[in-house]
Ligand binder design. Sequence first.
Ligand SMILES: Cc1cc2nc3c(=O)[nH]c(=O)nc-3n(C[C@H](O)[C@H](O)[C@H](O)COP(=O)(O)OP(=O)(O)OC[C@H]3O[C@@H](n4cnc5c(N)ncnc54)[C@H](O)[C@@H]3O)c2cc1C
Length: 484
Amino acid sequence: MPEAPHVVVVGGGVSGLTAAHRLRGHGAAVTVIEAADRPGGKLQASPVVGARVDAGAEAVLARRPEAVDLFEELGLGDRVVHPGQGSASLYSRGRRRPLPKGQLMGVPGDLRALARSGVLSWGGVLRAGLDLVRPRTPVQGDVSVADYIGTRMGHQVVDRLVEPLLGGVYAGRADRLSLDSTLPQIAPMARTERSLLRGVRTSLAGRGKAPTAPGPVFASLRGGVAGLVETLAERQGERLRTGTRARALERREHGWRVHLEGSDPLDCDGVLLACPAPEAARLLREHVPEAASGLEGIDYASMALVTFALPASAFPGPLTGTGFLVPSGEGLTVKAATFSSNKWPWLAEEVAEANPGEDLVVLRCSIGRFGEHATLQRSDDELAEAALADLARVTGLSGTPVQTRVTRWENGLPQYSVGHADRIERVRGAVGRHPGLGVCGAAYEGVGVPACIADAGREARRLAEGLTAHPHTTDATDQQGANP
Ligand SMILES: Cc1cc2nc3c(=O)[nH]c(=O)nc-3n(C[C@H](O)[C@H](O)[C@H](O)COP(=O)(O)OP(=O)(O)OC[C@H]3O[C@@H](n4cnc5c(N)ncnc54)[C@H](O)[C@@H]3O)c2cc1C
């Protein structure tokens, strides 16, 4: 029997750990190297008033199968939880207002509901309605979210609805984000519909007629969604090396050599780069310059999450809903706040159990949009103070936290700017010409956890199949030689 190919996965976030899991399933021997002292990347949890609370990603989209299927596959099915009742609101024009009914990623499909919500001024609602009578907006190639939606419905819809909703995923700006890559539900309408509003309405009506109940939109794990990477890391065992950074790649006659900071290099048949784009670019620069250039063009947004545990009595009344989003023009520092104890009933239970008789609630505030460097220059204490002031303004809070946790995510979220899909196609085309080399992760085909899992699975399979079909090939020329 031929020896199992050895693949080194660079990066132990959810993408790298999933890829390692899949590669092993395809018969490869795998080593994961992770620069940080702990695995998991953007998935991380730590205790707040005695209960584990996610400090990075906190939920997965359950309407896509990849993450929920992986939970089941890993035996985590009994820990799966869904958000409790209630929805998020929007802090717009000086107060919290319900998200208008009948919208898709903030794009309204119901003018009356939009007007009733009070999120836009009357002028803004009228401008949105002009979409119904305006001629078709020709869209050739990719455009920015603000370009297309702003042309159809005006800037208030972009600034007060679409950008805050997109901000939750990308922390990005609508005038830079790609319509095709960040709003795949809306992008086809730009090519087929004259009126965007009608397109959204038709799309939502179609969903309403779907034959089966769609089920909860989001899922997580009791104890935090970080449990996913912890389980994957456990399965990896000693083949996961933390505190180990890949310094450089060297092409060998047979396979690759991965040079590490502070330890001996690793020789392998394949390398899968599951690290953020700037690191992947640096490692690829010498061997695949075209891919490196493409990856260097991907910007990242930094952000901070401030988690508070507060006495419920600090609020003027019971907190309702799961939190609120804030458009950038409202003069607040936070861009969103999650009422974690409301959103996740399991967390409320655990906080109550760990703090009998205290009635504490947990909230997470998110700070930092793409380009807001100055905001994040502040110290942790200043960020916490600003977040508390914003909570006071929006909810009437007037109390002192029992515990505060500030988590920084520098360059945490890749920005899918206009032309992203073409860029990624070029990068993948260039990488694919080098047998034994692969790339996956949040920078490519979706930043959400399920998208990362899907990407890791595809790339692991491609790499494993290539290594099995053409063992010990080092470049495209060798491969052609081996396959007349
Ligand atoms: C604050 C925040 C909240 C989020 N919330 C959600 C959410 O609720 N739901 C959701 O679906 N998505 C969410 N996301 C997005 C999602 O969590 C990430 O896109 C995803 O986890 C990225 O996984 P990854 O493995 O591709 O990258 P990462 O998690 O960035 O992992 C890459 C790893 O590579 C390591 N590395 C880098 N360079 C090297 C090197 N040279 N050698 C070795 N290791 C290296 C890094 O240390 C890191 O651990 C959130 C993101 C952030 C920042």
